[in-house]
Design a protein around this ligand. Sequence first.
Ligand SMILES: [Mg+2]
Length: 118
Amino acid sequence: MRMLLVDDSVTMRRIQKTQINSLGITDILEAGDGQEALGKLKSNMPIDMVLLDWNMPIMDGMAFLKTVRADAAFKDVKVIMCTSESEKSKVVEALKSGANNYIVKPFTPEALKEKIGL
Ligand SMILES: [Mg+2]
């Protein structure tokens, strides 16, 4: 499984990467904003799953999600929104816009495993 980890916080990406590694997933690409993530997605397909932060500079998670869902080339890419506790109310909007699931940060490997259906 190849995963794209998108978060503007380097620290958060480091924490999440460790969690993902502990599930045996080692093919992980990283991006610091939605625009960078789009570039990585286009040039590294097939990517199976995107773990997507919401608040980011340049292009936020929602704008990235809508762009990805408007392109048939990415129809099989699963997108999991990573939200903070205070953003939980926005989850419905993300699911309506094509996110496959969501997870509240910081998450445990067990919670991630359940959300991504491993
Ligand atoms: Mg952020």
